[in-house]
Design a protein around this ligand. Sequence first.
Ligand SMILES: [Fe+2]
Length: 193
Amino acid sequence: MVHAIEAYTSKFQKNMLSDTLAREALKLLSQNIRRVVEDGNDRDARMSMLLGSLLAGMAFTNSPCAAVHALAYPIGSHFHVPHGLSNSLMLPHVLRFNREHAAAAEMYKELTPLVFPTLSAVQGTDVNVMADGFYQLALDLQIPTRLPEVGIQSKDLHLLATQAMKVDRLMPNNPREVKFEDALELYSQAYNC
Ligand SMILES: [Fe+2]
């Protein structure tokens, strides 16, 4: 899901193909993620997750990932946190950070109803609704939502921010520029939330 979202809001190479792939991926993934966790033998749901993952992979191949991934990489490399989980830990905070970028905020409004149709029908399409939705989804799926839960201490945040700023293959693709102080703040939010 992070692959699709970051492809959809990528700063330089977003295009009609990556947008289409990202939207279809998000529909499949959001409709099936709870089903597969509840019942790992649900083969239809698993097939939809695989297809969604494939489409999201094709999306970010055409329109590369950005700050969520750049911030997730040091969490994985220094604390041996799985890739998907490290992305999930940072996603809600980067969404809220990017909300301040007007064009990104509009793009997220297009995605929120696809990802959380029931929630957005009640609460609207603002990116905060999507950020809250992902945080709640992680809680519901019983995966960690805060950095201390994966062994990260407050003294580690400076190192993480320093390392994230070196991911210059991805960080510049973020719709809103991320400076060192921003990276540190984003890690602080993921630590304290
Ligand atoms: Fe990834």
